[in-house]
Design a protein around this ligand. Structure first.
Ligand SMILES: NC(=O)c1ccc[n+]([C@@H]2O[C@H](COP(=O)([O-])OP(=O)(O)OC[C@H]3O[C@@H](n4cnc5c(N)ncnc54)[C@H](O)[C@@H]3O)[C@@H](O)[C@H]2O)c1
Length: 289
């Protein structure tokens, strides 16, 4: 039994390739409709046309979007709403692998180099871009009635196991994915009573075009890749009538776990955290409890 209702609409960033593309294919197979919001407009348009041709009707649209540009995403959401009337699921998925933020550590040559402004592209796309998507998703859901699956809408973000595991080669990737996870957990609390769920999927390395193929070779040899189908299975758990909220489902090879467990929270910390929310909402003029 597919978890989504026939005709439900999914807005997926980065859906022209890799995980987003596999997700779009799955949702279409279940009778859904998709918006492919991707910077790569050629691959997005080709993919949409392939899906529409196979279906014999318009079930997919491709919109050229740079997720780091707010106006691009506003326009994309608008076009999606104009075409399909409502958006049931938003997948904040577009992301890139680490762009080195600083030159390699080398005290020998450092003094002869000017101080370098860091390249923050990884954070711009993986954190800011996904937060723009989230902001539009949540406001879109706020403006629409409860849909066929019983929710105003569901937001799912693509994080990574490097949200919790430090990586000396990927400090900004790790920082951006960690940001996504605790944003997800916080937003899930806020929207819990509002018929909106917020969750994340956090895979280890999956074979996609995110990095040059040569990087994947030793992982294939040592069978250290995570299976795409298992990744899709985790997205699926959040869809349709599922009431799961505030969870990060993590995948590494054949393993799936919920992470982070709340064991790092201790009771003495609870009253102060709770009171911060109550007092801040008073300041914000927000009636949320
Ligand atoms: N592949 C992995 O090993 C892996 C593991 C964990 C998490 N992830 C995450 O999964 C998500 C998807 O990655 P993937 O592996 O499918 O990569 P991918 O490179 O196959 O696909 C990413 C897509 O995002 C698009 N994109 C990149 N920057 C964009 C921007 N600014 N605006 C709009 N579109 C943009 C690209 O054009 C591409 O089509 C990312 O958030 C990534 O961090 C990937």
């Amino acid at each position: 039994m597919p978890p989504i209702s026939r005709g439900e609409v999914s807005y997926i960033t980065g859906a022209a390739s890799g995980i987003g593309r596999a997700l779009a294919t799955l949702l279409i197979a279940q009778g859904g409709r998709v918006i492919i919001a991707d910077l790569n407009s050629e691959a997005g348009a080709e993919f949409a046309s392939e899906l529409n041709k196979k279906a014999g009707s318009i079930i997919a649209i491709a919109i050229k979007t740079d997720t780091t540009v707010w106006e691009d995403q506003v326009a994309a959401f608008q076009q999606a709403k104009n075409t399909f009337e409502r958006i049931d699921y938003v997948f904040a998925n577009a992301g890139i692998a680490e762009h080195p933020w600083l030159p390699p550590f080398d005290p020998e040559t450092a003094t002869s180099r000017p101080l370098v402004k860091p390249d923050l592209a990884t954070v711009d796309i993986n954190l800011t871009g996904q937060l723009y998507t989230a902001a539009l998703a949540l406001q879109t859901f706020e403006r629409q009635e409860i849909g066929p699956s019983g929710f105003r809408g569901k937001l799912i973000l693509t994080a990574s196991v490097f949200a919790y595991y430090p990586s000396r080669a990927m400090p900004l990737y790790a920082a951006s994915k960690a940001g996504i996870i605790n944003f997800m957990r916080s937003a899930a609390q806020y929207y819990a009573s509002k018929n909106i769920t917020v969750n994340a999927v956090a895979p280890n390395l999956v074979d996609t075009p995110i990095a040059p193929d040569v990087l994947f070779v030793p992982f294939r040899e040592r069978k250290l890749l995570s299976d795409m189908q298992l990744v899709l299975d985790q997205f699926q758990k959040f869809l349709g009538g599922s009431t799961i909220n505030g969870q990060a489902l993590s995948i590494s090879q054949d393993n799936v776990w919920v992470h982070p467990a709340d064991t790092h929270m201790f009771e003495e910390n609870d009253p102060a955290c709770e009171l911060i929310s109550v007092e801040l909402f008073k300041l914000f003029g927000d009636n949320t409890l």
